[in-house]
Ligand binder design. Structure first.
Ligand code: NAD
Length: 253
């Protein structure tokens, strides 16, 4: 069993050799910013199953449940700031060894950490905007949240009357093909795939590392809990991302 220091040295050697790193991040990179993930023991989904897209569209009670469960999450996301792990990835970009970030997160913290928005692919959308489920028109999430907080129960799009929700992907809703295609292209260009804070259980994000593995590109996983691809990774570190990524970036020259 390797010590954390030995794992860090192995990981730093991988990063040192790479010139085109792509990071794939999940909810785990943002837990140290105060936004809980959904799958870890004791988190939201263990208390209440998520609302599916089909239920959201078809059932008024599901829409109410959605807005109730969003209430706390939106306050947590609004208060969150990038943590040491987000800033370390931004540091890799500044060193011009990171091609971009593919994230399952909707919190916008990678952009806040300094990545240009065009270098961040948000597979599951963004909670910074609201979107109509019928015409797709985007609008201010802050204004929509104010309407909800003021007591509006089932907000509708002023343009077409469709149901409004945050511009994020619910269970049962497809990841936009264009975003997925951009993500696949990026992974096909990388010479190191760095997975941070993702259970690698949510598809299609979880399929992206397979593209790298098929090309024999090294895989580095930093995640608190084991993932289904740990055995395929060159280095796996089961530790907090905020503890692991900053020393990794300072270890490379
Ligand atoms: P996930 O695949 O993103 O898994 C999170 C993983 O992070 C877990 O395996 C956990 O062990 C690990 N983790 C937790 N804290 C960590 C830390 N400090 N350092 C390293 N690893 C850590 O899945 P999920 O949490 O079940 O979320 C499902 C989906 O919900 C996500 O794909 C995302 O779209 C969305 N979500 C987004 C946010 C956000 O935007 N911050 C938060 C929660 C959920």
């Amino acid at each position: 069993m390797l010590t954390l220091q030995e794992q860090l040295e192995d990981a730093a050697a991988l990063i040192q050799q790479a010139k085109r790193i792509v990071a794939l991040t999940g909810a785990g990179i943002s837990t140290e910013s105060g936004i809980p993930d959904f799958r870890s023991p004791g988190s939201i989904w263990q208390q209440q199953p998520p609302v599916s897209y089909q239920d959201f569209i078809g059932k008024p009670a599901a829409r109410q449940q959605y807005w109730q469960s969003r209430h706390r999450l939106s306050a947590q996301v609004a208060a969150a700031r990038p943590n040491a792990a987000h800033l370390a990835l931004a540091g890799l970009e500044q060193r011009q060894v990171l091609l971009g970030v593919i994230t399952q997160n909707f919190d916008g913290l990678h952009q806040d950490a300094g990545h240009p928005p065009e270098h961040v692919i948000e597979l599951h959308g963004t909670s910074r905007f609201a979107a109509c489920t019928l015409c797709g028109k985007r609008s201010s999430m802050a204004e929509l949240q104010e309407r909800i907080n003021a007591g509006e129960v089932d907000p509708r799009c002023p343009v077409c009357g469709g149901f409004l929700k945050s511009a994020t992907i619910l269970f049962g809703q497809r990841v936009p093909e264009a975003e997925l295609a951009r993500a696949r292209t990026l992974v096909n260009q990388c010479d190191l795939l760095l997975v941070v804070g993702s259970s690698l259980k949510v598809v299609p994000a979880a399929t992206l590392p397979h593209l790298a593995l098929k090309r024999n590109v090294p895989l580095l996983i930093v995640n608190l809990q084991p993932t289904p691809l740990d055995d395929y990774a060159d280095v796996v570190i089961h530790e907090k991302a905020g503890l692991v990524l900053p020393p990794l970036v300072t270890m490379i020259h």
